[in-house]
Write a new protein. Structure first.
Length: 450
């Protein structure tokens, strides 16, 4: 095993069995296949992780650690982190700490945080705090420092450190200017961490003020201020906040909160009002809300009114037509669009397949797709294969896909598993991609021929 190879395979989900397919293999009873890949000389990391967790869940911790040992032995942090987690959960915290320490010494960024949190959980919080403090400018270390500091009762000290990081007049970390419009605090999560400290102290108004004053850009589709207002049932303040410009996530959270309380009409009104100045976020969310509550016809009209011919809008519209039993209308809509444009590229043509299938015309869908000028392309073939598989015709889907095309493997392998052809699926996914010849250099060279 090689740490660099393991890391590449894991990050790219390449030459390995993806986690969702491993779950399916285990659900179907193919445990020996997963175990075999986990302990193979050139092992599969995702299989090893799944098998080790399964063993640990059976209270067979030593056996689980033995599975992970060859991976940890490569010096790969991801494997060591998993082994440390199992040790800690198994009541062997001291061993977990000993395992992680060398990675911190080697400069592994996330090992520092893991070690600190392990130390804090096992009565060594002061050491953890001292370990993290010099790294407060790094966002994961700052996050861990807050957790450790609160556990030690040093929340006010942590808050002061964070306040110093967002104080006005600090120079930009990139250009050094105090007037830089793009000046960001270091750590990047200093504002949200300070707000979380104040919230944890029961000082909700101060937490809100921190986020209002210093700004809180949405991260992973979450607006920190909107989430804080939701947690504390400050619905009037959430309404006022959502009314501002570029507050799509706050609008969504307000509507979700109203829907969860059974006020569907209120949620609909929120989206309708914001659709006046947001011509794609709010209308799409409104259509999805209406469809969830049995108002598919209204949802269709909302999407129609968007008036766009972008494939993502048409995809939603065609889904709604099919769900409402109006697939023929969906096809007519695509026909009209094709007539106006004079052509139908694959990205729009592919929307016909599910509609034709919903009309009981699957064979026609397959025939038309294969006859399309782009029907032989990898994405087109995958699309047709999914149609066949969804219609309960997996053998035909498998026959359509090409094992020599790396892009087909992710679609083909699960179909093979469902057909009981597990060895074929494993071999397919574990096969290295063909080596790609690097492109010829462009421009002047210093070697003949010139």
């Amino acid at each position: 095993m090689d740490a660099a190879v393991l890391d590449r395979r894991t990050r790219m989900h390449d030459e390995c069995i993806p986690p969702d397919l491993i779950d399916r293999l285990l659900a179907l009873g193919h445990t020996e296949a997963v175990r075999g890949l986990a302990v193979a000389e050139d092992g599969d990391w995702f299989c090893a992780r799944a098998w080790a967790r399964l063993l640990a869940g059976r209270a067979e911790l030593d056996e689980a650690l033995a599975v992970l040992a060859p991976y940890v032995g490569t010096g790969w942090w991801t494997a060591a982190a998993e082994a440390a987690r199992l040790l800690d959960e198994g009541g062997r915290g001291a061993e977990a700490i000993a395992l992680v320490r060398p990675f911190v010494t080697a400069g592994e960024r996330f090992a520092l945080c893991d070690l600190a949190l392990l130390l804090a959980r096992h009565g060594q919080g002061e050491e953890a705090y001292a370990l993290l403090l010099p790294h407060i400018a790094d966002w994961p270390a700052a996050e861990a420092l807050v957790e450790v500091g609160i556990g030690l009762g040093r929340d006010e000290e942590v808050a002061a450190l964070l306040e110093a990081r967002i104080a006005p007049g600090l120079p930009c970390t990139r250009c050094g200017s105090q007037e830089c419009a793009d000046r960001n605090p270091q750590p990047s999560n200093a504002v949200t961490l300070l707000a979380s400290v104040r919230e944890g102290q029961g000082r909700t108004d101060e937490a809100i003020e921190v986020l209002r004053t210093h700004g809180s850009a949405p991260v992973n589709d979450c607006d920190p201020l909107a989430e804080l207002l939701v947690r504390h049932d400050r619905i009037d303040e959430l309404r006022a906040y959502a009314a501002g410009e570029d507050r799509e996530e706050a609008v969504r959270r307000l509507a979700e909160l109203l829907e969860a309380r059974g006020d569907v009409a209120g949620a609909v009104e929120v989206y309708r009002r914001h659709s006046e100045h947001d011509d794609w976020h709010a209308p799409v969310l409104l259509a999805q809300l209406l469809a969830r509550h049995g108002r598919g016809d209204e949802a269709i009209e909302v999407v129609r009114a968007m008036g766009g011919a972008d494939d993502w809008i048409l995809h939603l519209l065609c889904e709604l037509f099919a769900a409402e039993g109006r697939a023929e209308e969906g096809l007519a809509h695509l026909d009209a669009l094709k007539a106006r444009r004079g052509a139908e590229e694959w990205e729009l043509f592919r929307l016909r397949g599910p509609l034709l299938a919903a009309c009981g015309r699957l064979d026609e869908a397959v025939e038309e797709a294969c006859a399309h000028p782009e029907g032989g392309g990898p994405y087109a073939v995958q699309s047709v294969a999914r149609l066949l598989a969804d219609a309960g015709r997996p053998e035909e889907a498998v026959a359509l896909l090409d094992t020599d095309r790396p892009g087909h493997r992710r679609v083909l392998a699960p179909l093979l598993v469902e057909l009981g052809r597990v060895e074929e699926a494993v071999a397919l996914l574990r096969t290295p991609r063909p080596a790609v010849r690097p492109p010829e250099p462009v421009g002047h060279g210093d070697c003949p021929p010139f």
